[in-house]
Design a protein around this ligand. Structure first.
Ligand code: FAD
Length: 290
C-alpha cells in the first residue's frame, strides 16, 4: 500500500526543524523511518508534511561526561550496541539495543525515534527506565528534561508536548559497583518483546545497596517494580532473595494486564516473574564483578 501524499522537507539544523514544525501544523518528524514509514504506508497514520531530521548534526553523538553518558537522539541501535562506553556504564541499554529488530532495523532505527514512537513492546524504554535516564527535549517552551519513568504514558503516547523534539538521552552515573542487564522474551514472529525486563543493582558490603527494576509487556507502557526493588534492598544477593523479589513483579500493577492471542494476561504475569529474575541475577553478577 502507498501512503497518502505528503510534502517532504529536510531540516539542516535543530532550529530549522522547529521552524518547519511551526510552519506545518501536524507534520511528522522522520529519523530512521523504521516506525513512521510502515505506519504511513499502512495508512494507520497520515500527514501532509514529513520533516527529515536525519542530517541534523546537533542530534548526533555519544559523549561521556564524568560517569554519565549523553546519547544524541539520532544514535542508532547498532551504535548503542557497539559502544564500549554504553556497555561499560549502562550495559542494560547496550543489551536492549543489541536485541532490537534485525540488522537493518538496528542500522537505521534511532533511540530518539524508538522512544518517541513508544511502542508498548519496545526494548529501549525498559532499559532507560531501569537506568533512571533523562530524556532531553526542546520545543516552543524551550528545553526541558523528562524522567524516563514519566516519559512513557501509554500505547504510543509520551509526555512530549506539541512540536517538541527529543534531542538527547542522558544516562546518569550509577553508584560504584552497579551492574545492569536487559533480557526479553521475544515474540517468535515479530521479534518484539512480549515481556522485557531490565535491572540495575548495586551490591555493597554483601547486600543489595540499590535496585531499580523495570518491566514491559504487562501494561501498555514500561513500569517500575517498586515491590521487587524493596524486596532486594538490604538483602544479600542470593538466588533465594532474587526469586522471592521477582515473584512480586505483578503486585504493583493496578491496571488490567494486556493480553492477546499469543500471550494472555496470566501468561504475561508468569513470564514477567521469570524474566525479571533473570535480569536481576545478571545485574547482580555484573555488580559483584564490578
Ligand atoms: C521489522 C522491524 C522490527 C522491529 N523490531 C523491533 C524490536 O524488536 N524492538 C523494538 O524496540 N523496536 C523494533 N522496531 C522498531 C525500531 O526500533 C524503530 O527503528 C524505532 O522504533 C523508531 O526509530 P526510527 O529512527 O526509525 O524512527 P522513525 O520511524 O523515523 O520515527 C518514529 C516516530 O518518532 C518520531 N520521532 C523520530 N525522531 C524523533 C525525535 N528526535 N523527537 C521527537 N519525535 C521523533 C517520528 O515523528 C515518528 O512519529 C522494529 C521495526 C521494524 C521495521
Amino acid at each position: 500500500m502507498y501512503s497518502t501524499e505528503f510534502d517532504y522537507y529536510r531540516a539542516a539544523t535543530l532550529a530549522e526543524a522547529h521552524q518547519l514544525l511551526t510552519a506545518h501544523p501536524g507534520a511528522k518528524l522522520l529519523a530512521g523511518g523504521h516506525s513512521l514509514i510502515p505506519l504511513l504506508k499502512l495508512r494507520i497514520a497520515s500527514t501532509e508534511a514529513v520533516i527529515d531530521i536525519g542530517r541534523v548534526a546537533e542530534l548526533r553523538g555519544l559523549t561521556v561526561d564524568g560517569d554519565s553518558i549523553r546519547i544524541g537522539a539520532l544514535t542508532t541501535h547498532a551504535e548503542l550496541a557497539a559502544s564500549a562506553d554504553v556497555t561499560r556504564r549502562a550495559q542494560a541499554l547496550a543489551e536492549a539495543a543489541a536485541v532490537t529488530g534485525d540488522p537493518q532495523v538496528r542500522n537505521r532505527g534511532t533511540i530518539g525515534g524508538n522512544i518517541a514512537h513508544a511502542d508498548p513492546a519496545s526494548d529501549l524504554p525498559i532499559a532507560l527506565v531501569a537506568l533512571n535516564a533523562q530524556i532531553l527535549v526542546t520545543g516552543p517552551r524551550g528545553e526541558r528534561a523528562i524522567e524516563a519513568a514519566a516519559f512513557f504514558t501509554g500505547i504510543m503516547s509520551t509526555a512530549l508536548g506539541e512540536n517538541e523534539i527529543v534531542t538527547a538521552i542522558v544516562v546518569p552515573p550509577g553508584q560504584r559497583g552497579r551492574g545492569s542487564a536487559y533480557v526479553k522474551f521475544k515474540h517468535p514472529a515479530s521479534g518484539y518483546a512480549v515481556i522485557g525486563a531490565a535491572a540495575s543493582v548495586t551490591v555493597r558490603d554483601g547486600v543489595c545497596a540499590s535496585a531499580e527494576v523495570a518491566v514491559g509487556g504487562l501494561v501498555p507502557h514500561v513500569v517500575r517494580a517498586p515491590s521487587v526493588e524493596r524486596a532486594l534492598l538490604g538483602k544479600p544477593p542470593t538466588a533465594d532473595t532474587v526469586a522471592h523479589a521477582a515473584a512480586l513483579v505483578a503486585d504493583d500493577i493496578r491496571d488490567e494486564v494486556m493480553g492477546d492471542i499469543f500471550a494472555s494476561g496470566e501468561y504475561r504475569k508468569a513470564t514477567a516473574a521469570v524474566y525479571v529474575k533473570r535480569a536481576i541475577a545478571a545485574a547482580i553478577e555484573r555488580a559483584s564483578a564490578a
